[in-house]
Every structure is written in structure tokens, then in C-alpha cells.
Design a protein around this ligand. Structure first.
Ligand code: G3P
Ligand code: CA
Length: 277
């Protein structure tokens, strides 16, 4: 991972697959995550929401309308309801001209993905694959998302205190909500938190983050308008993980500025541009 790096002495940029290899396969499906692993992604990004019956599922939007043939809010549907929907066919070429209930023959491209299944995929991978889990709209559930998340991560052994000094958690939790990150940190202090930012507020312009949060997660727009932010965050002791970095010019800027991770829909192309694969 160090071979290509233009910044001697620094580790290579980590390439994180945003919703899986979501340019090539339907976002948040097992197929998209398998493809991301095949493509050499260092980490997988996913959004999680709670179903009406308390399961964490990997869905970005509040409602299922855009990415499935169903309708309604994830929070109002049970896992069994989601399991009847097709989360993949919207991505197929010519889909708009076909019946909305067309089923792709590969269930890994169409089935709703639970966080538990994604954790199994990562645990079964034949190399270290990290997971960057984003909690969506945590205020709606007043702590239940984080409670369920920590419980699930505990079951997979990710919340135990580090036994070795050089141990680094393969899982991190991301959120636009500092409150959500603080809830996770209180229950599982070994899981790193990434504070996502759409805009750079005056409060964070000097590179500092809310207490207890280790990693800055600025949007690409912030880097274009405030490229100096990366050095400031580094000086404040924080890694910088940038989203969503799809265009070659943006990858180049991230490389020049020395960010630590890029979150992209195109892990294969980005790795190739960085000379990693
Ligand atoms: O990785 C962070 C990024 O995913 C945040 O934006 O809307 O894609 O979840 P969004
Ligand atoms: Ca996300």
C-alpha cells in the first residue's frame, strides 16, 4: 500500500467504497460490496437505518422509493417487508421502460442488506477490509440506532478493548451528528468516530473537532473552497477522510493535499489513478 505514495513517510491514501462499488452495482447491495472487495477497496462505506422491528439495514434514503420497487419510510417497514422488495433493478439499463416489479436473477443484486450480513462479509474476507458505518438521522430514534449498532459490533468482537498496542479498529462510525458519535463513543470508546461535514463552520475552520472525535470527514466541496483545511486538521491531530471523490481532478487534489482516505463510488478507477492497482 505504500508503493505509489507521493508523500514519503506517509501511508498511502485509503480507498473507501461508497455504498459499495456503487457505480457498477446497485448501492448497498451485497453485489456492490463484493465488487468493492474484488476491486481492492481498503474499506466499505454504508449508511444504516433502523427498521420498524429494530433491524439495522443498509439504506441511504429515509424512504425506499428511489432504490427499490417499494414505497415508504424504512422506519415504518419491518425487515420482512423490505425482504420482499427489489433493491437492484432500478440500476439496470433501460429499467425505466420495464415493469417496476422486474426481478434480477441474482438475489445479491436485489435483496435488502442488513448490517449484520455486511459484517459477516467483512469477517469472511481473505484480507483486512475496514468498515465505515454512517448513522443516518439518529435524532429520530433517540439513541436506539447507536444502541443496536454497538450491540451488533460487540457481537462481532469490535467493541472489546485493544489487547495489542498496535491494534487499530477495522470499524469506524461516521455521522453528521456529533451527538450520535458521542453516544457510540460513550458505549464503545475503542471505535473511532468520523465527524462528517457538508460545510465548514467557523467553529471547525481551525481544524478542531468536537471533543472525543478523532477523524474529520469533510465533503469534497470543502476541500475545493478551503484546501488549507487538511493541514489544519492534521496539525490538530486528526485524520481527514473525504467524500465523495469520484472525479480524477478531485482525486488529484486529495492526493496533493495529503488526505488520509477518499470515499468513492469508483474504488477501482481511484486505486488505478493513485497507482495502487
Ligand atoms: O461518506 C460520507 C457520505 O456518504 C455522506 O453523504 O449522503 O452519501 O451519505 P451521503
Ligand atoms: Ca453515507
Amino acid at each position: 500500500r505504500r508503493a505509489q505514495d507521493a508523500r514519503p513517510g506517509r501511508p498511502a491514501i485509503s480507498v473507501v467504497a461508497h455504498r459499495g462499488a456503487s457505480d457498477d452495482a446497485p448501492e448497498h447491495t451485497l453485489a456492490a460490496y463484493r465488487k468493492a472487495i474484488e476491486d481492492g477497496a481498503d474499506a466499505l462505506e454504508c449508511d444504516v437505518r433502523l427498521t420498524a422491528d429494530g433491524h439495522l439495514v443498509c439504506v441511504h434514503d429515509r424512504r425506499v422509493n428511489r432504490t427499490s420497487n417499494g414505497r415508504g419510510a424504512v422506519s415504518a417497514l419491518e425487515l420482512a417487508d423490505l425482504a420482499t422488495l427489489d433493491f437492484g433493478s432500478w440500476k439496470e439499463e433501460g429499467f425505466a421502460n420495464e415493469a417496476p416489479d422486474r426481478q434480477h436473477e441474482d438475489p445479491e443484486r436485489t435483496s435488502v442488506l442488513t448490517l449484520e450480513r455486511l459484517l459477516e462479509l467483512v469477517a469472511d474476507a481473505d484480507r483486512r477490509v475496514e468498515l465505515a458505518i454512517e448513522t443516518k438521522h439518529p435524532t429520530r430514534w433517540a439513541g436506539q440506532v447507536e444502541e443496536r449498532l454497538v450491540e451488533l459490533l460487540g457481537r462481532f468482537g469490535y467493541t472489546k478493548p485493544a489487547m495489542r498496542a498496535d491494534w487499530t479498529s477495522p470499524v469506524r462510525v461516521m455521522s453528521f451528528s456529533a451527538r450520535s458519535l458521542h453516544r457510540v463513543h460513550a458505549a464503545a470508546p475503542d471505535i473511532p468516530g468520523v465527524y462528517l461535514m457538508q460545510f465548514l463552520s467557523l467553529r471547525h475552520r481551525d481544524g478542531r473537532l468536537p471533543p472525543g472525535i478523532g477523524i474529520a470527514g469533510p465533503g469534497m466541496r470543502i476541500l475545493r473552497s478551503h484546501p488549507e483545511y487538511v493541514a489544519k486538521a492534521h496539525r490538530a491531530g486528526h485524520q481527514v477522510h473525504v467524500w465523495t471523490v469520484n472525479e480524477p481532478a478531485d482525486v488529484e487534489l486529495c492526493q496533493e493535499l495529503g488526505v488520509d482516505a477518499v470515499i468513492t463510488n469508483r474504488p477501482k478507477q481511484v486505486r488505478s489513478q493513485l497507482g495502487l492497482g
